[in-house]
Design a protein around this ligand. Structure first.
Ligand SMILES: [Zn+2]
Length: 482
């Protein structure tokens, strides 16, 4: 049960008697605040199940008043008409919350009868916290902390923290248009390379599109669908001048993003990403061909061989580097009595150390000509993506297309067709050497933010949050707009 025990009040120091033992006399950062040193600070412990879990220290004071006692409406004299207290949360002192109790004098006009209470100059707008505490919360918000964690540190309610964050993001990311409607601000820096990708929203069957600056990793734009219209809206936002500074775009071959960009800005080179091409090769060729070969073996009643092809997709798709890493781990485990290194505290049951993945891979590719060609194409793709020039890239991709046709297999031929249809974008790698690797980092960031509980159900807040966090702690090495 939660209960706050207000009765237990202790006085840590006694300023009335000027006994400042154990005190720090430091500036409060509250301009216009004057502490009333005739009143002792009060500590109010919060007790849960007879244990003090936290405490609030209250200090008392008022606002330094330099105003004249003249009514701003009629110029008549004002007289004092009582006072009341406003409690504001201030910066925490470690695990102790600090509140300032501000006594506010009410003044009344002798002539028109209007009442006046002075605004607290150090109070944050809309919330009963100090401006200093609000600034501190804003700082914590840029550090990718959850609302709950910030609430625990500052003692401020999560809803208030979210409201502060919303306002901050709105100020930073948006502006008012000529009709007074909020719109996103244009990027402040040009981007030479951009990347577009799509990701799933809230594990539903809906997709969103994200556009990033490929060099800085900054998120530039979000769209709530994967349609071309997202690209069109983005281009409208950034404008012609900005788009004219973009040299190349990295994206996936399957999407129609590239067409949307090139329709309006034909100078932009499209570069299809190596990882997307490898994924297409895995999905279009390796998987289906393996299944075909397996079926054929079953028809030929070679059951043992067919069984050995089961669940070997990962081996066939693996790169040489991955296979080497697996071999190395198996070797290490064998030498360590089947225990992984640095694993003595937690349970690590011995696994069957097979090793020999490289041997198995070699056996598979030698068992069938198609598997053998797959291996050559995988190697060729690696070589192609080390090309220095478009000509070199073009030569390697040409060889891959020829190899595919040489197999006379439909799956390979379909992959060759895909490369052919996107030929220019594939070989453009030789010119720009960009990959959309950074956008995978962005997708991870998006996943993390969702896990931190910022996302659901407020999508706009979630997008602004992701956009903001993509910029934090990153060096800006970019040319500024003039
Ligand atoms: Zn008056």
């Amino acid at each position: 049960m939660n209960c706050t025990n207000n009765a237990t009040v202790t006085q840590p120091y006694n300023v009335v008697n000027m006994n400042l033992d154990g005190c720090l006399v430091i500036p409060s950062n509250l301009e216009g605040f004057r502490q009333d040193i005739t009143k002792d600070a009060v500590v109010i412990p919060k007790v849960v199940d007879n244990t003090i879990v936290s405490s609030v220290t209250r200090v008392y004071g008022d606002i330094i008043d330099t105003d004249t006692d003249v009514c701003p409406h009629c110029g008549a004299k004002l007289y004092s008409n009582g006072s009341y207290d406003t409690v504001l949360k201030h910066l925490p002192l470690g695990q102790t919350s600090l509140s300032v109790v501000v006594t506010r004098k009410r003044k009344r006009c002798t002539c028109c009868g209007k009442s006046f209470v002075k605004e607290i100059p150090f109070k944050a707008e809309k919330h009963n916290i100090t401006e200093t505490l609000k600034k501190y919360i804003e700082k914590l918000l840029t550090m990718a902390m959850t609302l709950k964690a910030i609430s625990d540190i500052t003692g401020v309610d999560e809803h208030i923290i979210k409201a502060i964050d919303n306002n901050r993001l709105e100020d930073e990311e948006t502006e008012l248009d000529e009709n007074g409607n909020r719109r996103l601000k244009k990027p402040t820096e040009y981007a030479k390379y951009i990347a577009v990708d799509e990701f799933k929203l809230n594990n539903e069957y809906r997709y969103a599109t994200v556009i990033i600056d490929l060099e800085t990793g900054y998120i530039l734009y979000f769209g709530r669908s994967k349609k071309k219209v997202v690209i069109e809206e983005f281009m409208k936002l950034v404008g012609d001048d900005w788009m004219n500074h973009v040299e190349a775009l990295a994206c996936d071959m399957n999407a129609d993003f590239s067409e949307a960009f090139q329709a309006k800005y034909p100078h932009i080179d499209v570069v299809y990403d190596r990882f997307h091409i490898r994924k297409n090769f895995n999905d279009m060729v390796i998987g289906p061909v393996r299944k075909d070969v397996q079926r054929q073996l079953i028809r030929e009643k070679k059951y043992e061989e067919a069984a050995s092809l089961k669940r070997c997709n990962h081996i066939l798709c693996s790169s040489k580097a991955t296979r080497m890493a697996i071999e190395a781990e198996a070797k290490e485990r064998k030498e360590n009595g089947n225990q992984p290194k640095s694993m003595s505290l937690f349970c690590a049951p011995p696994i069957e150390v097979k090793g020999g993945i490289e041997q198995r891979y070699q056996d598979i590719i030698e068992s069938n000509k198609l598997f053998f060609v797959m291996d050559i194409i995988k190697d060729q793709l690696d070589v192609a993506y080390r090309s220095e020039t478009v000509e070199e890239m073009s030569k390697h991709i040409g060889q891959i297309i020829a190899l595919c046709h040489g197999t006379n297999n439909d799956h390979f031929k379909r992959f060759a067709k895909l490369l052919g249809n996107h030929y220019e974008g594939v070989i453009n790698f030789g010119k720009h050497h960009i990959t959309s690797g950074k956008i995978k980092g962005t997708n991870n960031l998006i996943k993390n933010i969702r896990r931190m509980g910022y996302g659901y159900p407020d999508e706009e807040y979630f997008f602004l949050k992701a956009k903001d966090l993509s910029r934090q702690n990153k060096l800006r090495s970019h040319k500024k707009l003039h």
